[in-house]
Design a protein around this ligand. Sequence first.
Ligand SMILES: C[S@@+](CC[C@H](N)C(=O)[O-])C[C@H]1O[C@@H](n2cnc3c(N)ncnc32)[C@H](O)[C@@H]1O
Length: 236
Amino acid sequence: MRTRSGQDLQQVRRHLIGTYAFGIPGEEALDCLARHAPIVEVGAGLGYWARCLRERGVDVVAYDAMSDQWQAWFRPTVLERTAGGLVARGDPLRFEPVLWTEVLEGGPERLAAHAERTLLLCWPDLWSGFDEESLRAYEGERVVCVGELGERGTGSDGFRRLLGRAWRPIDDAPVPRWPGCDDHLVVYARSASRGTSRTTSRASLSSRRPLKLGARSSPPFVHSENSNSATSLGST
Ligand SMILES: C[S@@+](CC[C@H](N)C(=O)[O-])C[C@H]1O[C@@H](n2cnc3c(N)ncnc32)[C@H](O)[C@@H]1O
């Protein structure tokens, strides 16, 4: 049975994921991504990782399909203290997700134009399969995955199978974790080069459209073991 403080923590987590991201970007994780830049991110959510990377000068192109279902999930929340404990409720004043930076509309079908970039997948969901599709569509040489590893880890079964079969880990970095989570950042290289051409599809570049959602102007908060400053967490 969950304790009251455990339930409170889940609600805080729900609120912060809905405001920022599923994965928590720490300094070491961002440094590692910077080493493997430029980056193309698919399933970027609210663009929090992309924003943190851009703030440190990393070249990132971020995509998300943001279906109605995900828009509802990323609807801003407020934390309320009730008799039963903390509850993350839909913000009565804001209904649509608020982006941290420019996120372009699109998914795996955009990757043909980005073979020269490292593909970033942060906490792909377990069921849609866009992660496996991305891996199949991507013609570049490096993929970075943020999430839980192993058979019951982040992403779809097909994605994890393909990753294990055709890619090998070459770099990693610790990622800050919520209690009970076991997040890692792992960089993979293709096990065998496919000898792909690195041409850029002009057609898909010219159809780039930003997601039309709310935008946020406050600076990002990056978790750091040495930092006790969380001042930008509440400011939007
Ligand atoms: C679990 S969320 C992770 C979001 C973000 N990476 C994070 O860490 O907060 C999965 C994301 O994948 C996106 N997604 C699902 N299917 C997609 C597709 N076919 N193309 C692009 N994005 C997709 C969803 O819109 C959602 O933002």
